[in-house]
Design a binder for this molecule. Structure first.
Ligand code: COA
Ligand code: AMP
Length: 643
């Protein structure tokens, strides 16, 4: 990458364009070649199968096993003694290294344990796990026997977990007894018990990983101890599955309270993950890749677990925060200690470090010379954070844009192909495989520098969602219904005159809080359930640290004369209880009325502008402009806007 010879640099020039063009004009040739990096039990009949368009499929007819490709294949190639997972846990003060051989043995055994509990091909297993190696072990064990895992992030509430249990209908739930946050232990098991009390579907068993920080009480008959189960199990072999079979379901916020079950297949996913490790991230097998995220998010699925392991890298599983565990030098320590080549995290993490250590004094204590690049994603990256990170680290900082749905980058500076000039504020150009277009309301592409809906012309490349779990109709309606032949990303933005993409905002009610994707509609549904609330709106207000923070505005029912502060506190508690602490919902303002259009649509966008103190145009369809003045006054009194 950085130490290329002049000849190599010349050869690389134009590599992105050549690869991108070929991926669109000859997808069979392009992805068929990429598939050579994977072991197949049966070769495909077709690379791209458009027989059931718009439901495109990749590698139909092929069979493979993802776990074999992530583990056993590397043993056969002599990687047995190489660390596969480094579990670095400042919150527990522990460090564990697990080699590929050890990981394969543990995964095979846990796969045997699951099979012993009756889990077979196609059965679902829900994982509610903290950042411990056993989370990855359980994921890979499912893949080994063809079961479908669905990981639920630990910061979600019991109710969110129950919703996912009812949708996925798992045979088994695997959970940690607790998660560990810097300021507290989060007991997961009571949340699981509560979720099961709320859910109509009941799994046959819960397998509980007891952590010494807070072991859980087990319900005899239903709950089983992970350690005992693993110790008693016979190892299970890899089962070949169809390339188009589901590997996992990952629920993500939709525009309603009901999360969307994004499905990932085996074959396309394995090919895309492996291709991206080298071509997007510029990483070689044997190197150390660190994705500072959580296994509960798509970044964790793709680049803590599957991508690095499929590519034969060492992955760092970090159970800590960028600051406070113990200080703003935590990331630099991990880079030095484990010789990290590439780091991937959300811009929020760097904003947090910068806020505590603007001069990057902690960095001077560590040798971070192993680091070749920093990748940022999960939310819009403000140019100032990107420039600061580049200045202090002295490596390329790559903003790249993707979503749970795609599973890997849609736009990026593909360092393994060719490093294009960096333009802060832009995630660079579409990644090979993605035909990204910005369309206007008339369905036609808009000129450069004009904002429109960012769409991807079908087919989506391998690795992207083939559908939503048990819900083809919602897949069609949510993603393919806006313009025939296009996937609707839900983001708005533009291309500049050099073909660089700028992703500016969502066109729906999704907000990004510290890189976590949340639905304001889901929060509004919770607020509306309070007996004193007549009407409500939740908006994402710009926040210096977390990018956005939700702010609730509520109108109370006539005759309610209780303390507004008490009601606000109840509403905050309700959202925390219903969605989880990750929503970071802490502020509610009681207002007399909400501004609306004449047709009754609440003007959330206008209120966001007022709260952010940014310019806005008075909507032509506004019903009563005087209400905006009331809102402005209420927001200013609470410290929002340009007060
Ligand atoms: N289990 C239980 N609770 C969790 C949790 C988990 N796995 N993860 C977060 N939470 C809780 C936090 O403890 C916090 O609770 P609190 O309101 O009681 O303090 C709440 O959810 C919000 O968490 P978070 O948004 O992470 O805020 P924070 O103040 O704890 O940390 C950052 C702020 C910036 C340090 C943190 O968000 C971060 O490291 N972000 C990095 C980016 C990242 O991981 N992005 C994911 C997608 S790439
Ligand atoms: P998630 O599904 O949680 O990964 O969130 C995906 C959403 O996060 C995208 O649709 C964008 O709105 C936002 N996002 C992710 N990465 C970027 C980025 N690099 N720039 C701008 N927005 C981003």
């Amino acid at each position: 990458m950085s130490n290329r010879s002049a000849t190599e640099t010349a050869a690389a020039q134009g590599a992105w364009q050549a690869a991108h063009r070929r991926s669109l004009t000859d997808p069979d040739g392009f992805w068929g070649e990429a598939a050579g990096a994977i072991d197949w039990d049966r070769r495909w009949d077709r690379v791209l199968d458009d027989g059931d368009a718009p439901f495109y499929r990749w590698f139909t007819g092929a069979e493979l096993n993802t776990c074999h490709n992530a583990l056993d294949r590397h043993l056969a190639q002599g990687r047995g003694a190489q660390p596969a997972i480094i579990h670095d846990s400042p919150v527990t003060g522990s460090l564990r290294t697990i080699t590929y051989a050890e990981l394969q043995a543990r995964v095979a055994r846990f796969a045997g344990a699951l099979r012993g509990l009756g889990v077979g091909q196609g059965d679902r297993v829900i994982l509610y796990m903290p950042m411990v190696p056993e989370a990855a072990i359980a994921m890979l064990a499912c893949a080994r026997i063809g079961a479908v895992h669905s990981v639920v992030f630990g910061g979600f509430s019991a109710r969110e977990l129950a919703t996912r249990i009812d949708d996925a209908r798992p045979k088994i739930v695997v959970a940690g007894s607790c998660g560990i946050e810097p300021n507290r232990i989060v007991p997961y098991k009571p949340l699981l018990d509560d979720a099961l009390a709320q859910a109509s579907h009941q799994p046959a068993h819960c397998v509980i990983l007891q952590r010494e920080q807070q072991p859980a009480d087990l319900l005899p008959g239903r709950d089983l101890d992970w350690t005992a189960l693993e110790a008693a199990a016979e190892p299970a072999d890899c089962v070949p599955v169809a390339a188009t079979d589901p590997l996992y379901i990952l629920y993500t916020s939709g525009t309603t309270g009901q999360p969307k079950g994004v499905v990932r297949d085996h074959g396309g996913h394995a090919v895309a993950m492996t291709w991206s490790m080298r071509q997007v991230y510029g990483v070689e097998p044997g190197e150390v890749f660190w994705s500072a995220s959580d296994v509960g998010w798509v970044v964790g699925h793709s680049y803590i677990v599957y991508g690095p392991l499929l590519h034969g890298c060492t992955t760092v599983l970090y159970e800590g925060k960028p600051v406070g565990t113990p200080d703003a030098g935590a990331f630099w320590r991990v880079i030095e200690e484990h010789k990290v080549s590439v780091l991937f995290t959300a811009p929020t993490a760097f904003r947090a470090i910068r806020r505590e250590d603007p001069e990057a004094r902690h960095l001077a204590r560590y040798d971070t010379s192993s680091l070749r690049a920093l990748f940022l994603a999960g939310e819009r990256c403000d140019p100032s954070t990107l420039e600061w990170a580049g200045d202090i680290l002295g490596v390329p900082v790559v903003d790249h844009w993707w979503q749970t749905e795609t599973g890997w980058a849609i736009a990026a500076n593909c360092l393994g192909l060719e490093q294009l000039p960096i333009k802060p504020g832009s995630p660079t150009k579409p990644v090979p495989g993605y035909d990204v277009q910005v369309l206007g309301d008339d369905g036609y592409p808009v000129p450069p520098n004009t904002i429109g809906r960012i769409m991807i012309k079908l087919p989506l490349p391998p690795g992207c969602l083939p559908t939503l779990w048990a819900n083809d109709e919602r897949y069609l309606a949510s993603y393919l219904g806006a313009e025939p032949g296009y996937y609707l990303s839900g983001d708005a933005g533009y291309f500049d005159e050099d073909g660089y993409l700028y992703v500016m905002s969502r066109i729906d009610d999704i907000i990004n809080v510290a890189g976590h994707r949340l639905s304001t509609g889901g929060m509004e549904a919770v607020l509306a359930g309070h007996p004193d609330v007549a009407e409500c709106a939740v908006i994402g207000v710009t926040d210096q640290l977390k990018g956005e923070l939700p702010l609730g505005l509520v109108v109370l029912k006539a005759g309610v004369d209780r303390s507004e502060a008490d009601i606000a506190a109840e509403l905050v508690a309700l959202v925390r209880d219903a969605i989880g602490p990750v929503a970071a919902f802490k502020t509610v303002l009681v207002v007399p009325r909400l501004p609306k259009t004449r047709s009754g649509k609440i003007l959330r966008g206008t209120m966001k502008h007022i709260a952010d103190g940014t310019d806005y145009r008075l909507p032509a369809t506004i019903d009563d402009p005087a209400i905006l003045e009331e809102i402005q006054a209420a927001l200013a009194a609470a410290g929002y806007g340009d007060s």
